[in-house]
Design a protein around this ligand. Structure first.
Ligand SMILES: NC(=O)C1=CN([C@@H]2O[C@H](COP(=O)(O)OP(=O)(O)OC[C@H]3O[C@@H](n4cnc5c(N)ncnc54)[C@H](OP(=O)(O)O)[C@@H]3O)[C@@H](O)[C@H]2O)C=CC1
Ligand SMILES: O=C(O)C1=N[C@H](C(=O)O)C[C@H](O)C1
Length: 233
């Protein structure tokens, strides 16, 4: 498979290693806002920056090159990308987190939220910890976790805050050198606490998931998620 890497930073380089080890070829490495012939690639993988993700993705969709995006912090334009993909009959996946472990954690989080939804004595809170180079906060993964809780509880929204809140889920974002990504959800009452936590030990799991998604999407048309790729029910 000929792969275009849109974004050749920490993730782009990790994805390259995994892609080569699985017998794929990297035909484009894009790190700036320049013009490229995306049709040289069978599939594109975008791990770039929030300000360039939408243009990278729509360039692929317009040229009918299937695109996997992991870039976070651009989701105000997600619905436009979905509409364009349907209009052009192309193929697109966005996931805030491509690791298998986090996608299992997303489902566990929803189940726990459902079970906790009628227990009024518990206060919910979340924390995400990432390396100091991260541009966005809270992380895309933390937002997906919060959305999973909102779907399954009486909470209305999330907020970047330390305070407990009746309506919203407080998310604390910490930046510590070299941390690949740690996410925790707590339910605290006077008598006890329940905690679920995912700790990434490196970027390898994110990169492997992105390459698996790229292999999976080849030949398909539509807008998909990692639940489709991993067949999580
Ligand atoms: N979904 C997931 O599983 C994961 C998502 N991420 C997300 O992926 C993104 C990238 O993360 P990471 O690799 O750590 O970040 P990096 O900063 O290491 O890499 C981003 C790269 O994109 C480059 N870039 C800048 N402008 C463009 C452009 N117009 N087109 C293409 N590339 C461009 C940057 O170049 P320069 O430095 O010269 O500006 C940089 O090399 C982030 O949004 C992060 O949150 C990260 C890990 C997992
Ligand atoms: O920027 C990162 O590094 C990561 N970003 C993603 C996010 O925002 O959730 C995924 C992972 O946690 C690493």
């Amino acid at each position: 498979m000929k792969i275009a890497l849109l974004g050749y930073g920490r993730m782009g380089k990790e994805i390259e290693k995994i892609a080569l080890s699985r017998g794929h070829e990297i035909v484009i490495r894009k790190d700036v806002d320049d013009v490229i012939d995306i049709t040289l690639a069978d599939v594109a993988i975008d791990f770039s920056v929030p300000s360039s993700a939408y243009n990278n993705i729509t360039n692929c969709i317009n040229n009918k090159v299937p695109v996997i995006s992991g870039t976070t912090g651009w989701l105000d334009k997600y619905n436009d990308a979905v509409a364009l993909c349907k209009e052009k009959n192309s193929a697109f996946i966005y996931a805030s987190n491509y690791s298998l472990g986090v996608n299992i954690f997303f489902e566990l989080n929803k189940q726990l939220a459902k079970m906790m939804s009628s227990l009024e004595d518990y206060n919910i809170s979340m924390e995400e910890i990432h390396h100091t180079k991260k541009l966005d906060a809270p992380s895309g993964t933390a937002i997906t976790l919060a959305e999973g809780i909102i779907e399954n509880s009486s909470k209305n929204n999330w907020e970047l805050d330390e305070k407990t809140s009746e309506e919203n889920i407080p998310i604390v974002a910490k930046r510590i050198p070299d941390v690949p990504g740690t996410h925790t959800v707590w339910y605290d009452s006077e008598v006890d606490s329940i905690e679920i936590k995912h700790t990434a030990h490196s970027r390898k799991g994110f990169a492997l998931g992105a390459v698996v998604a790229a292999e999976w999407i080849l030949g398909k048309k539509g807008v998909f998620s990692m639940k489709d790729v991993l067949n999580i029910r």
